[in-house]
Write a new protein. Structure first.
Length: 231
């Protein structure tokens, strides 16, 4: 199944659902998404290193950006292609070290070897050209810089359980109704089903110039956090 992941399409879709995005995220995950973001910062602190320049890509309404402030960086760059998602983030976070701007992962407005840490929370699945984005992220990362990806990955296609009913039937129906979108949450399901498995994504990261550090299965082998280091 071919899904339209062009910049204009994704930007319009997230603009449409921006007002209800946080509410539905917390509802569908039973607030577990908050814990997954907190655990990213907790793990990064175990690395005992400074993250002076931090970049949160596909930052949306800023839930992960907000957690990253706990790392006490010198500056956090936050970028997304949805203006309305970023408008919500601007109201949510007040910080003089936060710089919010419209940009996508395939063409980042940052200098070579300038970023210590890049994070992407539920964003890589929407990238139109994921290999190109990973190379672009590597460009802006410093040597030994860290890339953290929190995402919903494709599961074993043959495995069926009660979550499939919830994920494929209930979530689209409720999500579209509450967000007043015609198909945004159908896109969500299709984008997961057609995405890489976490193993395939890890291999892509490794061939793109990263060393795999650690992965955590957050939920039913669907939601994972993957940690890479640029070599």
């Amino acid at each position: 199944m071919k899904i339209d992941k062009s910049r204009n399409q994704i930007s319009r879709m997230f603009d449409d659902i921006a007002p209800k995005y946080d509410f539905l995220n917390h509802l569908f995950t039973m607030n577990r998404d908050k814990k997954w973001r907190r655990e990213i910062v907790k793990y990064l602190k175990t690395l005992s290193r400074e993250f002076e320049n931090v970049l949160d890509i596909a930052s949306g309404t800023g839930d992960l950006t907000l957690e990253l402030l706990k790392l006490n960086p010198g500056i956090i760059y936050s970028c997304d292609i949805s203006p309305k998602m970023l408008d919500i983030q601007k109201k949510k976070i007040e910080s003089n070290i936060l710089k919010i701007e419209i940009a996508d992962a395939e063409k980042l407005p940052y200098k070579n070897n300038s970023i210590d840490l890049v994070t992407i929370g539920f964003g890589v699945r929407n990238f139109n050209n994921l290999p190109k984005a990973l190379v672009e992220i590597k460009r802006v990362l410093k040597k030994d810089g860290i890339l953290v990806v929190l995402e919903m990955f494709s599961r074993n296609k043959g495995k069926k359980d009660i979550f499939d009913v919830y994920f494929k039937k209930l979530m689209p129906k409720v999500g579209n109704k509450v967000s007043k979108s015609t198909n945004a949450y159908n896109y969500l399901i299709n984008s997961v089903n057609t995405f890489l498995s976490v193993e395939e994504f890890t291999r892509l990261g490794e061939v793109s110039g990263y060393s795999h550090i650690y992965s955590k299965n957050n939920f039913l082998n669907i939601v994972h956090t993957v940690y890479f280091q640029k070599y």
